[in-house]
Design a protein around this ligand. Structure first.
Ligand code: F6P
Length: 423
């Protein structure tokens, strides 16, 4: 990896990409505060890469120090994010060239792209095209995804907080159902995000340990959904414990490979829109076993629940933003700061650069050794991996009205210099 010191002339462009998290703004704070400390002006793309294509760039120097600090505890994507996949360089070169034109017009020398594996791929392509077009641009990926499915990094900023929310919610809802089971609800089903990888569902397993502790059944997208085995496990649990908590990933599929929860729509990346596996499972339970049920679909609540964020996660999110700026200013290109675990107990981690080419377009699933043999629970190895990631709390400050004091930004756009570009 080439690393040559650069003087901090030029601007830095930061963009958020894909589904947001409760701590992606902590990465933004890490980027902006670190760049400010080096005297570098940061523009933020409005609504992610679309803002870069449309030349809608926010001047973050107009934001107060307090507002930027408040990003550390504010969920959502403060500058807007988007799902927009740049097509292949061969067929849609004009889009990439437009990006280089926008970067050049505003003397942007560093581009930091905060997203998942698709975004790592885009950042890599821009760095390659910059070189081919003779424009000196350093591109750094900043990791983010609640799905925890990025390659190379030990975990992904955003995941620890959704994991904590899921484990805590599983525990709390289980206490509720346990109190009612004698005369009312016997089965509670929680549906969590995670399209292809079961990391979030696995985190629910931290709520309890042992055969009778909730969650009694976890359904992972890594396993084919087996209706008979599922119903047998629910029935046996209700007969033994009196009630049963099920946690299902939105991404579970049947033997034919179809999502149980597919809504029939697709996003710009071609991903199926999911959501609704819990009611499907609930109907099965009612129809085949006759048990009264409740189900919940926390959906966006789980990835925006900053009030219940993991301190470890919030700190890692800030740290990758900070490191990304340091790498960029040191002249590194086409890398991503990744989290390296150096010890499980006590949990220790550090940040290192990894080539974007190793992160782009790979998807990290749960290892076989993290799922119990019957397919419905997590192993001790999974606990060792997951447990440190939900450690610590860092609640936002609350106001007199009882609500969190979240950042509100001015998001002032700079003047455009180029003609409009049709997307
Ligand atoms: O970014 C990941 C994710 O949170 C998935 O787990 C979920 O399926 C998806 O985003 C939802 O995406 P959208 O908000 O675009 O519908």
């Amino acid at each position: 990896m080439k690393s040559s010191p650069r003087s901090p002339t030029g601007r830095l462009l930061y963009a958020q990409s894909g589904g947001v998290t409760s701590v992606i703004n902590a990465s933004a704070a890490g980027v902006i505060e670190t760049a400010r400390a080096h005297g570098v002006k940061v523009f933020a793309a409005h609504n992610g890469i679309l803002g870069a294509l449309r030349e809608e760039l926010i001047d973050t120097s107009k934001e107060s120090k307090a507002s930027i600090t408040a990003l550390r505890h504010t969920p959502g994507g403060a500058f807007g994010s988007c799902r927009y996949k740049l097509k292949s360089l061969e067929t849609h070169r004009a889009e990439y060239e437009r990006l280089i034109d926008v970067l050049r017009a505003h003397d942007i020398r560093w581009f930091l792209y905060n997203g998942g594996n698709d975004s790592a791929d885009t950042a890599l392509k821009i760095s390659q095209l910059g070189k081919a077009m003779g424009y000196d641009i350093r591109c750094i990926g900043v990791p983010k995804t609640v799905d925890n499915d990025l390659a190379v990094t030990d975990c992904c900023p955003g995941f620890g907080s959704v994991a904590k929310y899921t484990a805590v919610s599983t525990l709390e809802a289980s206490l509720d159902v346990a109190s009612m089971a004698d005369t009312s609800t016997k089965v509670f089903i929680l549906e969590v995000m995670g399209r292809h990888a079961g990391w979030i569902a696995a985190a629910a397993g931290l709520a309890g340990e042992g055969a009778d502790a909730p969650p009694h059944v976890i359904l992972f997208p890594e396993n084919v959904f087996d209706e008979t085995a599922f119903l047998a496990k629910v029935k046996a649990t209700v007969e033994r414990v009196g009630w049963c908590t099920v946690v299902a990933s939105e991404g579970i599929r049947n033997a034919a490979g179809q999502f149980l929860a597919e809504a029939g729509t697709r996003d710009a990346f071609g991903h199926a829109q999911l959501g609704g596996v819990a009611p499907v499972l609930a109907s099965l339970v009612k129809e085949k076993l006759g048990y009264k049920y409740h189900w919940a679909l926390p959906d966006y609540l789980q990835r925006s629940a900053r009030h219940l964020a993991s301190k470890t996660d919030a700190e890692q999110a800030y740290a990758v933003g900070k490191a990304a700026v340091e790498y960029a200013l040191a002249g590194q290109n086409a890398v991503m700061p990744v989290i390296v675990r150096t010890s499980d107990a006590p949990y220790r981690w550090k940040i290192e650069p990894a080539p974007l080419s190793k992160v782009a377009n790979h998807e990290k699933k749960m290892p076989k050794g993290f799922i119990t043999r019957d397919g419905f629970g997590i192993t001790a190895a999974a606990r060792r991996y997951l447990s440190p990631l939900i450690q610590g709390e860092m609640p936002p400050p609350y106001g007199k009205d009882g609500l969190p004091r979240y950042a509100t930004l001015r998001n002032q756009l700079i003047e455009k210099k180029l003609p409009a570009f049709a997307i």
